[in-house]
Structure formats: structure tokens, C-alpha cells
Design a protein around this ligand. Sequence first.
Ligand code: NAD
Length: 291
Amino acid sequence: MQKIGFIGLGIMGSHMAANLVRAGHDVTGYDVVPASVDKLLHAGGKPAPDIASAVSGAEVIITMLPDSPQVSEVVLGPSGVLESAAAGVLLIDMSSIAPETSLAVAAAGEERGVRVLDAPVSGGEQGAIKASLSIMVGGSAEDFEAARPIFEDLGRTIVRVGGHGAGQTVKAANQLMVAGIITLVSEAIVLLEASGVDGERGLEVVAGGLAGNRILDLKSASMLARQFDPGFRIDLHHKDMGIALASARAAGVALPVTGVVAQLVAAARAQGNGSLDHSALLKVVEQLSGR
Ligand code: NAD
């Protein structure tokens, strides 16, 4: 059992923090939205009124925030995590952010004797609820081993992929694939329906063949029903496509399909659908054909 400070109790963080409570840890949580902190209280955790109170006395600090600016503010900012954290504490940032922000956080942590891991996740809200997340970790092997028991309370596939920032690069690769596959499932639905073929039966048989994939398994029914409650918001996927393209630029490689898919995600957002689930890419693909 460890004393854990958890910051960012949104769609993912609320379930992850609840799983840590269930696993027997002493979890104190903070979020800018008071209703999210109340959720942790109901799950058996302790509410904190600010970052300093969440971090005080913690052996492990977990952040699960939207994007780089929030992680920078919460960790590096005035009255942030590094101002209050004791030396030797392990800071695990599980948000999906730019690799260079993870590198900056790790460097600032090192200066203050705080050990840092970037550990973004995949698996969606269901993965957070069922503690079956894939966790891609960047940082030292020693810190990874120290964090492993906590990761095992949150996820099933847990891999150290390299040094600081490497977890974020793997997450960017994950996200470009997810958006690409959602786009292709959308194109399949548009083709089937425009051709007068039953979408449900068509995708059922496709799912058993070489084109079978997790998006089909998890999202095709809601896509066919045009239900786009989030899940994973278009706004966040737009952020991740930006990270993927910036990472490609930094690495000096061309990712042409990612570029096109990023523009389709941008279109979904520009059309006012940023708060819908990323499967709402189907709406953009339909509009291209005037449907
Ligand atoms: P979310 O917006 O639901 O949760 C983020 C939480 O952070 C919110 O509750 C928000 O109030 C809080 N927050 C923002 N600024 C804060 C601050 N300064 N101090 C304290 N709290 C603050 O987002 P989410 O869906 O839980 O995603 C969190 C991260 O995990 C994102 O980076 C996302 O890309 C990633 N992710 C999400 C999913 C998913 O399916 N939702 C899956 C994998 C990874």
C-alpha cells in the first residue's frame, strides 16, 4: 500500500484513482472541477483542496491531465507539484502530451530530486474502468520497476519502451493508428450503406477476417447507430494528431496518411464536434459524399 497523490480526475483519472483505492492504496486527489473530486470521495479516496494538499506526504504522485500546458502548469508552475513534493518521490505523468514536455518535466524533477516517468495509456474509458489499460512507459528501468506494482493495479500490458519521452512517442504512434482505423471503418460504413448493403452484417463478417480490429469490435455498433457520446473526445484526438505530426517532423520522417487523417480530425473539430467521441469522424467522412 502506498500513499498516492492523484491530480486530474476526469474521464480516465476518476476510474484510475478509484482502482488504486480498491487495490488498497491511500489516495488523495485534486481536480480543478470540484464535482470530480467528489467522485473520488465516493470511491473511498480523500479529497484535496489544492495541489499542495494532494502532494503533501505522498510517496507517489500521478497526473492525468488533458495536454502539455496543464501538465506544465500543474507540475512546474507556482504552487505546483515540484514545489511541494518531497525529494525521492516518484512522479508518474500518465497524460498524453508532447515528448518534449515530458523531457522538460523529467529534467526539472531531477533538479529537485523527484524521479519522473512518462506513462501514457491506451484502452479508453473501459480500459480505465476494468484496469486493463496498456501502459507505455518512458524513464529509467529502476523507476519503472518501482512503479510496476501501481501500473499492475491500473493496466494489463505494461512495457518500458525507453528513456524519458519514449512513452509519449509510442502513444503518438498509437493515436495515429487509432484515428486512421476509425477513418477506414467510417469509409467502410459509408460504402456499405450507399451500396444498399446492411452495415451491421457487413461489418460482422469483416470483423472475423484479416480486416478485423479492436475499433470494429468496440465501436462499430455505436457508429452504425450514430451514437457519439464520449469516450475519447475529438478535441483530445486533435491534440494527439498534432503531437504525432510534430514528432514526425522532429524525427525527419513523412507520415502522409497521418497528415490526411489529422485534417479530417481537424474538420470534425472545426464543425463544432470537438466534444463528441472520436468515432464521430464518421460524420466528416459522410459529409465528403454529401450524406
Ligand atoms: P478529461 O478532460 O476528462 O480529464 C482531465 C481532467 O484534468 C479534468 O477533470 C480537468 O478538470 C482536470 N484538469 C485540467 N486542468 C487542471 C489543473 N490545472 N489542475 C487540476 N486538474 C486539472 O480527459 P481524459 O479523457 O480523462 O484524458 C486525460 C488524458 O488521458 C489526456 O491526455 C488524454 O489524451 C489521455 N487519454 C484519454 C483516453 C480516453 O479514452 N478518454 C484514453 C487514453 C488516454
